[in-house]
Design a protein around this ligand. Structure first.
Ligand code: SF4
Length: 317
């Protein structure tokens, strides 16, 4: 099936075209759902009239964002307080140029998979860094695991791109991963970076434990907005203390060992408030993270809103 047929199938909400697309992609060795359930309407899969390509973004470490799910996320911690996605979703709810179902998704009724957005990365041949579902959180409880499968299918096929997933709910993505493995799929993809966002030590400790259990080509943490001091070198893990930058696990009464559960990238940013105001992290917080990353040879990306006097915008190799 060529892409035109596929695309027309999406636009027409054509079940057979969509299923052919799903079964033709390699991510799952056993189809997650052999009997494809096509569900239209609220909470189901619809063609969104907004359509079109991925969105260029001013997120400095990305070229585009790709948001195939219309949703309104719900806050989980202090770092969500000034969430731009929720502000944007509220605006989109009132946008009559997009379909009613997508608007319902943005209103928070129930997420909607916009099938005509699903293949957007495949249309772009030039390699790009693409943020996945930055309009929300792919780990949200209301996201259907089959939709995550679909998104991974596209990322498998679009090998030319680097996909960056960022979540505050790695526990949910770990559950999804374990179910997918049970069904015979779930190999990690070399072009997918998986990261958590955390604002302080408690949220970092809790989320890192889940992130480190999910296989990923590159794991990373985004400390944005960084609201308190954070130490990446001493996290409680497997009854010991893990330096997440080196993989060194210190165990009581046993020799230290190195495990392949570590971070490959660190991002630091401040708090962007409505009206363009910025609350930057204390420079001492960033000094410590920079020192630890440099000691371990881990690349660090300091966003402009960190307002740190030295520019460091590095990517994993
Ligand atoms: S988890 Fe992310 S997208 Fe969801 S409310 Fe919090 S900051 Fe916003």
């Amino acid at each position: 099936m060529n892409l035109l047929t596929l695309f027309c199938g999406f636009v027409r909400n054509d079940e057979s075209a969509y299923y052919a697309f799903k079964s033709g992609l390699p991510y799952r060795t056993i189809p997650h759902d052999p009997v494809f359930r096509f569900r239209a309407g609220v909470g189901g899969m619809v063609g969104c009239s907004a359509g079109g390509d991925m969105n260029p973004t001013n997120i400095e470490y990305l070229d585009f964002t790709w948001n195939p799910i219309a949703m309104r996320c719900t806050p989980v911690s202090e770092g969500c307080k000034h969430c731009w996605h929720i502000r944007r979703a509220k605006m989109l709810t009132r946008n009559t140029k997009i379909s009613l179902n997508a608007r319902l998704g943005y209103s928070g009724s129930a997420p909607v998979l916009m099938t005509d957005r699903l293949d957007d990365p495949l249309k772009r041949k030039k390699p790009a860094r693409i943020g996945v579902q930055f309009m929300g959180d792919l780990g949200h409880d209301d996201i259907d695991y089959e939709w995550i499968d679909d998104i991974f299918d596209v990322m498998t096929a679009a090998k030319q791109h680097t996909f960056i997933i960022l979540t505050k709910r790695p526990d949910s993505l770990l559950k999804w991963h374990n179910e997918t493995i049970t069904l015979g799929g779930g190999d990690y993809l070399p072009n997918v970076y998986l990261g958590i966002s955390a604002e302080n030590q408690p949220t970092l400790d809790e989320r890192l434990r889940y992130l480190l259990q999910i296989p990923a080509a590159k794991r990373f943490v985004s400390l944005e907005p960084m609201l308190g001091p954070v130490d990446l070198t001493c996290i409680e893990y497997l009854s010991g203390q893990l330096n997440t930058l080196t993989g060194k696990l210190s165990l009581l009464c046993k020799p230290n060992i190195f495990i392949n559960r570590k971070l490959d990238w660190v991002i630091v940013g401040g708090l962007s408030l409505p009206g363009g105001k910025i609350q930057a992290p204390k420079s001492g917080f960033i000094d410590n993270i920079l020192r630890d990353c440099d000691n371990a040879g881990v690349p660090i990306f300091l966003k402009d809103n960190a307002q740190y006097p030295i520019e460091r915008k590095e990517f994993p190799g």
